[in-house]
Design a protein around this ligand. Sequence first.
Ligand SMILES: [Zn+2]
Length: 302
Amino acid sequence: MKHRAITLVALAFALLLGLSGAAQAADKLKAVASFSILADMVRNVGGDRVDVTALVDPDGDAHVYEPTPADARNVAAAKILFVNGLGFEGWMDRLEKSSGFKGKLVVASKGVQPRQMVEAEGGKTEEITDPHAWQSLANGKLYVANIRDGLIAVDPDGKATYAANAAKYLGQITAEETAVQEALGKLPAERRKIITSHDAFGYFGAAYGLAVIAPEGVSTESEASAQDVAKIIRQIKAEKVPAVFMENIADHRLLDQISRETGAKIGGILYTDALSPPDGPADTYLDMFRHNVETLTAALSS
Ligand SMILES: [Zn+2]
């Protein structure tokens, strides 16, 4: 009998805890971020005050994403919506309008100096903005400042928390920036060349001194033409590019083919437009940089 009473007390206590947990979740500021990398940055700045949902999952391709009815419900319920901008999320305008979103929209890349790329498609050339600004840690710091200011605007009571979280996170990003520059700075000049399937490393290459070649251009929407692939194969052979890299979000077949035909080795998997799942090697923005730089230096220095 006594045992049973204890069980009931424990049960009631667990129920109370559960309820207060639910109440806390309900009290939190509801935020939506378009993709996993941005969601991680928002979590770092928002801390315990913010409940963050990512629309495009880890390992997902945001260029060609098709929003679901659940995404529309999440956006409708959000007080603040974070997007990359620079043309990355072509599907967002329609989702935002159809969901009836009434909150604050924050373009995380605001203030970034955009990279313009000229791409040839079907005999025509067009100028395209490269959206992958987060692949430079200097830009990442602009994202964090925009995230902080956006959160303070919708939740002024949390100002001190957001400012402190952002300051701590900015310090970590700066430390990682130094580590990346040191690690990549050791590579000999003639080995600072990488091939990936789509052109996600333009900002990375410009920031850290690597030449980047990608058959697919800055979006995964277009497929590389046979001429593009043949041209890259000639270029890899002529310039003796040491390695090609897979991406977590892209099909590996084209790179397998390029590797076979050129003898360039497969250098590993780089995380470009999405984080890894939580048990993977790149489940945060900073771990993505650590993983990518380790993978690049291992493949390019031997
Ligand atoms: Zn991309």
